[in-house]
Design a protein. Sequence first.
Lengths: 559, 293
Amino acid sequence: MKTGKLTLAIVIMLSMVLTACGNNDKPQEPSKESGGNAGSAAVSDPNPEPFGKYEKTVEVHAAVASEPNWKFPEGDSFENNAWTRGYEQELGIKVVYDWTTNEGSYFNKMNVAITSGDLPDVFVVNGAQLRLLAEADQLADLTEVYEKYAAPFTKELIEGDGGLGLKAASHGGKLVGLPKSGSTIYELPMVWLRTDWMKKLNLQEPKTMQDVLAIAEAFKNGDPDGNGKPDTFGLPITKDLYGGMASLTGFANSYHAYPQMWVKDKDGKAVYGSTQPEMKATLQQLADMYKKGLIDPEFGVKDAEKVTDDFVNSKFGLTFGANWNPLNFIDLKTKNPDSDWKAVPIVSSDDQTALGSIGFPATQFTVVRKGFEHPEAVVKMLNFYQEKRYGKTKDESVYNPNDAKGNQTHVYTSALVKSDKANEMTISDLKNLAEAVTKQDKSILTDYIPEYEKMIKFKDGDLSGWASTRQGGPEDSGFSILIKAYDSSSYVANLFGGQTETMSAKWSTLDKLEKETFTKIILGYSDISAFDEFVEKWNALGGKKITEEVNRDLSAQQE
Amino acid sequence: MQSSSWGRSAFQLFNYVFLIAMSILCILPLVHILAISFSSSAAVSAGDVTFWPVDFTFKSYSFILDNPKFLTSVGITLERVVIGTIINLFLAVLTAYPLSKEVSAFRHRTWFAWLFVFTILFNGGLIPWYMTIKMTGLIDTIWALVLPGAVAVFHIILLLNFFRALPKELEEAAFVDGAGHWTTLWRIMVPLSMPAIATILLFTLVQHWNSWFDGMILMNKPAHYPLATYLQSIIIKLDFENLRQEDIYLLGLISDRTSKAAQIFLGTLPILLAYPFLQKHFMKGIVLGSVKG
């Protein structure tokens, strides 16, 4: 009886493989892979249970980053919380943290652990470390256990990015890690405007880049804060130039430049956005703005934290940044309750739509040491995380609880194996959030409960919910822009998120060269022709080789 | 005559102004931190606080005193400082004494001295250092912070030179009166070398108090971090690039500046207090009048 079933299964699998092979010209990668691997899996274990409990408790030694000022409910800690107890009670997996340290030091310490051959069973690595470990054959092959043990919901979440994360976590055709995916749409740049200043100076919402520049000029020269002193500026920039706060990314996107990421050129080849001619036009514009005094001359020494102080001091009323910027304006709202902000989409400098740039879905990976007896445990823990955080049996009171004072704790960030929702799902959550707030109906929510509660508080006149409302409210908020951009596909995603061999050696030099050159051009120390010299130098110093490697890796993934 | 005294007072004036300016430069940052720690966080992020607290509050300090992690790390640092300093001083004295002898008294002295100096010039690097500590089973214990640096060659050299500068007659007199090496070392040499030992004491103290890197690499749990490592891990610079929805909690860490300032200040305080008491030993005359005639 049993053999009969098995034969049947193999026949079905084989036919699937054959069909997939027949359709080879179509990019049917995932179904082909799952067909092939599930076939071999079915032979060894016809009935893998994604949530099955080990009869004998399996001990997993692990390493992952955690912050020392994370808060937990009374009696709990990073080593002992709802997740570790859940793993043990429901999966029979006992997690022992060999070590943990804050995110800032984690990858340094991981480098020491890797070099001294002192690896835990399950740990988190970045792209460079994944490549290094995979090349040294130190990582367990997860291809089969992923196919066998990943729950359908897990696969839906992980592959929600079109399989990009899994590709980045593969090496030589083998899956060597589980990507820690996330919603990249969250990084989309937008324009934040200070509405009380807009009203005061009688300005209209920008429709084109020229309007944005006019607003910047008005904020510089029109004394928007009404203190009679010319102490405001048009456009904030940080010394790092890019990022989520006072960033150049959104500004460059308006000129169809995509700095710091890999994009397709018109021949379909991957090129580095910072070296493209559109970037030159962007820098030219910025240099002109600097000459007019619209940019803070001290930007070269100010990091995001310092620039946040300037926002609180009412120095800026226009900025390009991410949806969460209002969370950094809370102190401004406390100090100056009349101030207010709204988000508008980035606008274009010409008749083509401006597309916002977003990152690559996975930059960190959960990996398993080669030789560990239960590599499937890591997939089970991932199933468990996604089910309890986002699935049908999710229970926020256990896995995202508040402490005795009603503040959110960090239990939700403390799971060992994490991978969060991809864009599609996040956007639908955000839509539900907006609807729930409009109708004041909590039952519509699919996530974002703390945000919802803060927004309802703000509706009742409590200022502490202001930032969440500007970030997530139904209109003129960061989230509303994300939804619009996603639905109209007004975004460009980074093509490549891994590491190539030349990148590990040369990238920091190239990145430094880029930021230095751009800063000099904006400050007027260098003429705009310095951009062409930069592109030449960039190519000569390894950029050309890296571009070739990126294209090689990308085309290898297509096959 | 007049011009030279004018020149002298000009020089004195300049000297005072210069030294006072230097000390102000050193003190002001600390005053700034102190002012921040007593201010409200809105005033701090608005940049209103310079050297005087705005919206005076004890909130940060009461927050820290409720924070068990800060207190545990202080405890670990104290443990480390006490154990580490005792071991360091003991080993430095024991090593410096034979090395301060003449070659006639200690035949392979030069060879041993170079052996120690060699470790200053060359070291194995991070990975062998880590692996040695790992394989001796010290990882994640207080001994990992204390033992690897227990023999401080620089301190030994300081002390051995000091021993050599002591009049030989003292030692000879002790031997004539029947003292052995052990008695001579502890009853004659060490009491006479108090200024040098105080210097070493201060160096060791400050070094143990301040070092954070070994804590980060060698301790596996943040609960075992010494104070400096703990402070280093909370005073992180945020990387705003690629901030994701899941990382939003990081934003909450920024406006935390007042409590960070309070922790920095409390962290510096003990060592600030220790300085003046040890300082006076540096200045003291050394062996004046011990041998007469």
